[in-house]
Design a protein around this ligand. Sequence first.
Ligand code: NAP
Length: 256
Amino acid sequence: MSVKENIAIVTGASSGIGAEISRHFKNEDGLEIWLVARRVDRMESLASELKARGAAVRVLGLDLQQESSWAELEAQVKMSGRRVSWLVNNAGYGYSGRVEDEPLANLEGMIQLNVRSLASITRRLLPFMDRGSRIVNVASSIAFVPVAGHAVYAATKAFVLSFSLSLREELRPRGITVSAVCPGPVGTEFWDAAGVNAPPTFLVENASNTAFLAVEKSAQGKAIILTGALAWGARLIGALVPSTWLVRLTTSRINR
Ligand SMILES: NC(=O)c1ccc[n+]([C@@H]2O[C@H](COP(=O)([O-])OP(=O)(O)OC[C@H]3O[C@@H](n4cnc5c(N)ncnc54)[C@H](OP(=O)(O)O)[C@@H]3O)[C@@H](O)[C@H]2O)c1
């Protein structure tokens, strides 16, 4: 597929993994990179950095918890007349705590952003994709393991993983590749939003490396992209240990 007049859309591009993924698109690809998130100032500054390296960049300030934003993104793609060669569904957040203590706005917001927005945007943009297009959905290693204290977040990421794998098969005849990225803990602002301390540094992935693996492995056509040792561990444990046991193990701490 020629990449001229094509776009790479990255949601959640204002910080963390999304910003790093935007940095990993190669200028020579001739892509226009669309940065999508709420904090426009952050994205403008990233756009200046990318433009200084010769990239074509567009900033779209959209709150993806708003359903109107999903339609707005679709409309912007349609108006551009361009084709979508990369869709990186990365925007998301986690909240930590028992479900019964969780503010409803957080619980509903996670489902709205991590699940509904991701599925709707993907569906809306599929008509603008061609053979060779790639969809990269950022899930998490928590998708493999139910974790009490992160019940809603873990379930949203299990959705992302399952959705990605099924969609991948549906789109195989069209030559569109779908990958689910499953990082372990990554050093980003995620932990501030989650209201918990990040794990010790030696367990935390570098966001740039996570992003590099996401782009490179997706380009190689990988279905599930594990970006660190903890992610590999979670995948293995999730495959070997019954989920009813696993969840009891993770529950022991929260009910203490
Ligand atoms: N960090 C980790 O340990 C880790 C591990 C596994 C998976 N992940 C996943 O990786 C993805 C990126 O997270 P991160 O670690 O890079 O954290 P981050 O730095 O907090 O980035 C989250 C991004 O999502 C965007 N976002 C949040 N709410 C939004 C909304 N309503 N509308 C549009 N954009 C919104 C944020 O932009 P604005 O605030 O500007 O809108 C930001 O760009 C998430 O899906 C997360 O679940 C993270």
